[in-house]
Design a protein around this ligand. Structure first.
Ligand SMILES: Nc1ncnc2c1ncn2[C@@H]1O[C@H](COP(=O)(O)OP(=O)(O)OP(=O)(O)O)[C@@H](O)[C@H]1O
Length: 516
């Protein structure tokens, strides 16, 4: 096959433009992204060699190599991992498969200053493309394990890339950055300096499980210690944060870190993170869910759904289970009783951590709730075992408070008030204009205002809190010591609620039916 020039997908082009014109001040992170990709490729290589007896690959020295050429001003990151086929290079490197890309781009266009755009791009995480912050040309050469031909890919990040089949190439992937000339004089951006490379690797990639070496040197730059296997007291917050970023491709620190160990018949270590913002695809069908599964330090799979309930899909992390087969399939994991026990324990631990956060730092908890509250409400429906805990985590608005917990509502209840009153609707304004509300306000009762489509569904299932019935202010017989509002008005308010419940059910059905 001869050399072909292909165009980047439109969305990729726009993101690349942002990278080339570097809006992100911390350029060093490009190296973290490349090392992260190389490390994933080595994980996949090891798993393949352990589970596929056909494959003939020397895996005795899986590693990452960094080579700097001061004169040519290039930096190369090499791995002997799984590599990519020609088609994989086109689909993985030429396109951004992330759902929510269009949304990020729209927000980026609206963002008024560079700081806001940098923040957004950091949340989105652009992996490989971050190389264009420091390079004006990037060359990638790769050969997939088990294949004889290789592929080279080259681009200046300006709209097109060249791709070419190679008769020969070393197995694995190398990425060469042709560093921007304008950074030549700036020591801060001298990515050909060994001290600089050492510093970045130490800071961002120390825990990578594979040796990262400077070309021609034997001694790895990183300590290679799996973070989750180290005693909690020995790991610094910075180390946890860098590990989270490696894992999630998020550029911002996590909100909470949970490091735990399960002992007894089924041993495991878990290192989980609650991110500080919701992923863009949290409510879409192809949104990812689950944590990484390792078996005694060997990476087995990404997005292991069996380990976290659907409503906690925003939790990121690693679970290293000691007694599982390396060949374990997703289907078997779903049914495994031990895994179900681990999943329950992890869910409980996440919920108790959130409870502690709520008690300790209302502001931080408020951030959590505004990002993930909608997902947590799904738990009220999905996870009856933890319902009490989940109800205590729930924040709602009411006629008396912008944000209130059910506990606080109960504490404010008037003498003689037996039930918790709520009203659902499409918006606060709609609920406030409801004639039903007037009677409650006139009596001095506080009414919860529920405007999330999902609220319609959970209030019906939950039925009570702290022994008090959740009672709709618009439905049924509420004894306020006077006659009920006329039926025609009641009708109006009900129909406004039904639409929203239907729309939530539609979305949730869609996400539940996502393939494999
Ligand atoms: N060194 C490598 N070896 C093998 N495959 C690679 C390598 N680098 C990248 N890839 C493939 O290209 C894909 C895209 O990489 P990129 O860094 O853009 O995104 P990502 O690693 O999936 O991160 P994100 O979650 O931010 O999208 C990777 O998921 C991987 O499949």
């Amino acid at each position: 096959m001869s050399k072909e020039t292909l165009e980047f997908q439109a969305e990729t082009r726009q993101l690349l433009h942002l990278m080339v014109h570097s809006i992100y001040s911390n350029k060093d992170i490009f190296l973290r992204e490349l090392i992260s990709n190389a490390s994933d490729a080595l994980d996949k290589m090891r798993l393949e060699s352990l589970t596929n007896k056909e494959i003939q690959v020397d895996t005795s020295d899986l590693h990452i190599e960094v080579e700097a050429d001061k004169d040519k001003r290039t930096l190369t990151i090499r791995d002997n991992g799984i590599g990519m086929t020609h088609d994989e290079v086109v689909s993985l490197i030429g396109t951004i498969a992330k759902s929510g890309t269009a949304e990020v781009l729209r927000k980026l266009r609206e963002a008024s200053d560079a700081g806001a755009s940098a923040e957004l791009i950091g949340q989105f995480g652009v992996g490989f493309y971050s190389t264009f912050m420091v390079a004006d040309k990037v060359t990638l050469v790769t050969r997939k394990a088990g294949e004889s031909a290789g592929t080279s890919w080259e681009s200046t990040g300006e709209g097109t890339y060249e791709i070419e089949a190679l008769d020969e190439a070393p197995q694995g992937t190398s990425v060469t950055l042709h560093l921007k000339p304008e950074d030549r004089e700036d020591q801060l951006f001298d990515y050909t300096a060994e001290w600089k490379i050492r510093e970045i690797v130490k800071r961002y990639s120390d825990f990578i499980a594979w040796p990262i070496r400077m070309a021609g040197e034997d001694q790895p730059l990183n300590s290679m210690k799996a973070l989750w296997a180290r005693p909690r007291g020995e790991v610094t917050p910075e180390e946890y944060h860098e590990f989270y970023k490696h894992l999630s491709h998020d550029w911002t620190d996590p909100l909470e870190t949970i490091h735990m160990k399960g002992e007894g018949t089924f041993e495991y270590e878990a290192l989980l993170f609650v991110p500080s913002h919701a992923p863009f695809d949290m409510f879409t069908r192809d949104g990812k869910r689950g944590v990484q599964l390792y078996v005694k330090r060997v990476f087995i799979m990404d997005d292991c759904e069996a380990l976290v309930p659907q409503y906690l899909r925003f939790v990121k992390g690693v679970v290293d289970a000691h007694d599982l087969s390396l060949n374990i399939s997703r289907e078997i994991l779903q049914q495994d009783r031990q895994i179900q026990v681990v999943r329950r324990r992890l869910a409980k631990k996440v919920l108790s951590t959130l409870k502690d956060l709520k008690a300790a730092d209302a502001e931080k908890y408020g951030t959590f709730w505004s990002e993930f509250g909608r997902a947590v409400k799904e738990g009220l429906i999905e996870d009856p075992d933890n319902r009490e805990q989940l109800l205590d985590l729930t924040l709602l608005t009411s006629t008396a408070a912008e944000s209130t917990s059910l506990r606080e509502y109960v504490e404010r209840m008037k003498d003689g008030q037996k039930d918790i009153y709520y009203m659902t609707g499409e918006s606060r304004a709609m609920v406030e204009h409801s004639p039903h509300l007037e009677a409650f306000l006139a009596k001095g009762y506080e009414v919860l205002i529920l405007t999330d489509p999902i609220d319609e569904v959970w209030v019906e299932q939950v039925a009570e809190y702290d022994g008090k019935t959740l009672q709709s202010a618009a439905k049924g017989k509420v004894d306020l010591g006077e006659s009920e509002p006329p039926p025609s008005r009641r009708q109006t308010s009900r129909s406004c609620c039904r639409g929203s419940a239907r729309s939530w059910r539609r979305t949730s059905r869609r996400s539940a039916s996502r393939p494999g």
